[in-house]
Design a binder for this molecule. Structure first.
Ligand code: ZN
Length: 293
């Protein structure tokens, strides 16, 4: 029995402020140097109960092994899969390009069903030069057009608000409120929100919005990491919980107090940590999850 398993069992009997280890999930991109097989083997060895799978490990165009090989490997691993990451990128200049985005996301929903993922995380996109309000309208239309396919697939769509530093080209949805407005407009039980502390911790309305999301049953995902002081790169310098200024434990306890019982998904893009021995890094992730989440 590994330490992680023992802690999982102990957690049930102790009045502890640490997170329940059975709620831990790790995004495969967090350990970018590892391929799918390596992620599965190391997660199994350390009793990590769940992983969110990034498409680069599946899609041959991105260097992945293909769905045919990946799907049985993932399903037979025993690991739960909260999310396939990522779909989205709806805004585009022409009707045909927007339709292509919708069709692409239908394929992602099918892939998610094949690997047993609960949701597809949506980074919604933005079109440089186009008003954000227009991009948000296109995002809403795109998600509405997908909601039936999501229901048929039995896979949820989780809109992930991204920090405003990404508003130029990655996401016109920058706060929980904008994600909520899309959910309210689309009105599908298959459309909700992935709340990532990295993107939303600064928002003065974040607690109120998390509360609303829980009330509306749209709080689908919860991602954890940390905001480094000073951030050296806008995409690939996230911190591990405890490296920065986000009170991750506060947010974890808040969403749990609101009834969230999904996974705490560790999602860190870090050139620094990718340069480490990944086994040592995985040990540090488990330690920080226990002590700083
Ligand atoms: Zn995230």
């Amino acid at each position: 029995m590994t330490i992680h398993t023992i802690l999982t069992k102990l957690h049930k009997y102790m009045n502890t402020t640490s997170p329940d280890p059975s709620r831990l999930a790790i995004h495969t991109f967090t350990l970018k140097p590892w391929n799918l097989q390596e992620c599965i083997a190391h997660f199994q060895r350390k009793d990590v109960p769940a992983m969110s799978v990034w498409r680069n490990l599946i899609d041959p165009e991105e260097g992945g092994i293909g769905l045919k090989e990946a799907a049985p490997m993932i399903r037979e691993s025993g690991l739960k899969v909260p999310a396939l990451v990522r779909g989205g990128f709806f805004p585009a200049e022409s009707d045909s390009a927007r339709q292509e985005a919708i069709d692409r996301n239908k394929v992602y929903l099918d892939e998610a069903r094949e690997i047993g993922a609960d949701m597809v995380v949506l980074v919604v996109g933005a079109l440089p030069g186009q008003p954000l309000s227009e991009s948000r309208r296109q995002v809403q239309d795109g998600i509405a057009a997908l909601s039936d396919h999501a229901a048929q697939s039995g896979v949820k769509l989780a809109i992930e608000p991204l920090h405003p530093m990404y508003a130029g080209d990655k996401s016109c949805v920058n706060r929980m409120a904008e994600a909520r407005e899309i959910c309210e407009a689309v009105q599908s039980p298959w459309v909700g929100i992935a709340a990532d502390v990295y993107h939303i911790w600064w928002d003065p309305d974040v607690e109120q919005e998390l509360r609303l999301s829980a009330e509306q049953n749209t709080l689908f995902g919860f991602h954890i990491c940390d905001w480094r002081l000073n951030t050296r790169h806008l995409l690939t310098d996230r911190g591990l919980m405890g490296d920065g200024c986000i009170d991750v434990r506060h947010f974890r306890q808040l969403v749990e107090s609101l009834g969230f019982d999904g996974y705490h998904e560790v999602e860190v893009f870090s050139e620094e940590y990718w340069g480490w021995d990944q086994e040592k890094y995985l040990d540090l992730i488990l330690e920080r999850y226990r002590d700083n989440s």
